[in-house]
Design a protein around this ligand. Structure first.
Ligand SMILES: Nc1ncnc2c1ncn2[C@@H]1O[C@@H]2COP(=O)(O)O[C@H]3[C@@H](O)[C@H](n4cnc5c(N)ncnc54)O[C@@H]3COP(=O)(O)O[C@H]2[C@H]1O
Ligand SMILES: Nc1ncnc2c1ncn2[C@@H]1O[C@@H]2COP(=O)(O)O[C@H]3[C@@H](O)[C@H](n4cnc5c(N)ncnc54)O[C@@H]3COP(=O)(O)O[C@H]2[C@H]1O
Lengths: 141, 141
């Protein structure tokens, strides 16, 4: 995107492609999801179904909320709950062909936004960092 | 900041002031820090010393990493470790008087950046969301 104007940039140009995105599957137990989030260090990741369609996102806070008992954290509950029972389904979604301004508007209230095609197949994620880097490049040139 | 140019905006104009920022103290046990992070929903928060000086930040991943055993998560370890033993100390820091561009540069690689005065007393945090909202306002006007 070296010489592109902000208005010429498409989401597909600056998103992280699906093969580089950590994700979990809809039927995984919460214990597996928590381990993926701890090992990757990410606050939240996309949730995909068995045919690689996007169904939602899941983060550390929602998982930990499930096991927060009155006195302490009841870790043993984690293996009995599945990702699809607690994941966030009401999430914004972009197309690769969407423009930069639409991406900027969407990440204002979300640390990242998933990108999928018309049939719902997962293409990648747009992060706040990617948007901020392009805005900096635009201001300095 | 309604009619201000980006170049006229100071960090103090758009930061979240200290009284509205969830934080933990340097001597708190990790169990307390994890409960603050789960209840507030934040991924990470500032760490202050007893006289309200900024000393670092702490997030869910670093706490959970401490208690990740070979077989499962050993929650009982949480009460025996203190925040100052695991917090991140190498953090960027801004002054209220710093300009917008310095803020933009700093949040590219950090979801939020702490603001403190010359003596290190905590003033608040600058978030990516605050920077993105101003950039959107600037593009649309
Ligand atoms: N391994 C790493 N190496 C370098 N920097 C790292 C990093 N992990 C996190 N960061 C930095 O911390 C920011 C917040 O990460 P967080 O995990 O809360 O929030 C992340 C995470 O939830 C998700 N994310 C980013 N990359 C991902 C990936 N490859 N797979 C899955 N999710 C990803 O998108 C959110 C926003 O990402 P963004 O890059 O804007 O912002 C990232 C990035 O600036
Ligand atoms: N209670 C809430 N109400 C509305 N939206 C919420 C929210 N909690 C989180 N969000 C949204 O999610 C983003 C990421 O939050 P996160 O906790 O990972 O990362 C947060 C958190 O670690 C820290 N933070 C934000 N506000 C804070 C506060 N009042 N006290 C302590 N830390 C705060 O700064 C990071 C970036 O914040 P930012 O606003 O740019 O970005 C926030 C915001 O857009």
């Amino acid at each position: 995107t070296e010489n592109k104007q902000l208005t010429d940039i498409k989401i597909g140009d600056i998103m992280i492609p699906s093969e580089k995105v950590a994700h979990v599957q809809i039927n995984n137990p919460l214990e597996h999801a928590l381990l993926v989030l701890i090992k990757s260090g990410y606050a939240a990741v996309p949730v995909l179904d068995n045919s690689y369609r996007l169904v939602g996102t899941i983060g550390k806070t929602v998982i930990l909320n499930q096991i927060l008992g009155l006195e302490h954290i009841e870790f043993e509950k984690l293996s009995g709950i599945r990702v699809h029972e607690v994941m966030k389904e009401d999430i914004p979604c972009l197309l690769r062909e969407d423009n930069f301004l639409k991406g900027l508007n969407t990440v204002i209230n979300h640390p990242f936004v998933c990108v999928a095609d018309e049939d719902g197949y997962f293409d990648g994620i747009l992060t706040r960092r990617a948007i901020l880097k392009e805005l900096k490049r635009d201001i300095y040139t």
